[in-house]
Design a protein. Sequence first.
Length: 277
Amino acid sequence: MTMMMEYPKITVVTPSYNQGQFIEATLKSVIGQQYPNLEYIVCDGGSTDETVEILKKYTDRITWWCSEKDKGQSDAINKGMRRATGDIVCWINSDDVLLPGTLHTVAKFYQDHPDTDFANGYTVEIDKEGKIINFTHIVMNHFFFRHGCYNISQPGMFWKREIFDRIGYIDESFHAKMDVEWLIRVYEAGLKVRRINRNLGAIRIYPDTKTAQGGSIWKRDTDALREMYHGKYLPENGKLYRPFFKLYKILDGCMFRNAIRKWQYCGKPVTAYKENL
């Protein structure tokens, strides 16, 4: 007898500020999931470009949205997460996208692995025009993570909303590595972490992003992590372990897997990605 699929409520939060050139693609990638138990929250920081007009077009498809001055990305994420009522939550930035079929894949994964607290799937990198340019290698291993060897990509992160009660919300003093700091707390609390062996989201790489720019924001956050966690979890401490980390990724199969995906999809629009459908 085949069991019917249950659809846990999934909350997606999008923090936004002056991303009018990209946010409609983000909205469409979430709304277009056609997931039957979706809660979608958008927290805009008072954008002065076309963002608000775009949001108004989708008011009937967004559960709740606002456009008001905030204290930055981490503040916007927390504002959305505090309103969230989903069993599973995630955030997707206003220049990134969810891949087709992702929410159904995540729901099925949590149904099959109900003890999972936090899950991270693979992600792809896209350019300014939304074409796939690379695939990431996601490794969820506490030993390597603790020693500064890790590949995480925030658009592929999903977790049970209830763990906020155990480890708190995003640290709003972080403006670039807030996802790394929060994941450190996930591991330190001994929560159940698993990887979803599918590509779930896409991160957009272009010169204006924090990821591409690096600089003082990244340095400040790195210095804060060093002080908070006494030097643990920093890539600068992982030199000894990097050869083993690379071997682990080869044996794990993720590098081979993504080489195939890269051959199949690089140069194609992200909307053409069909793995989860």
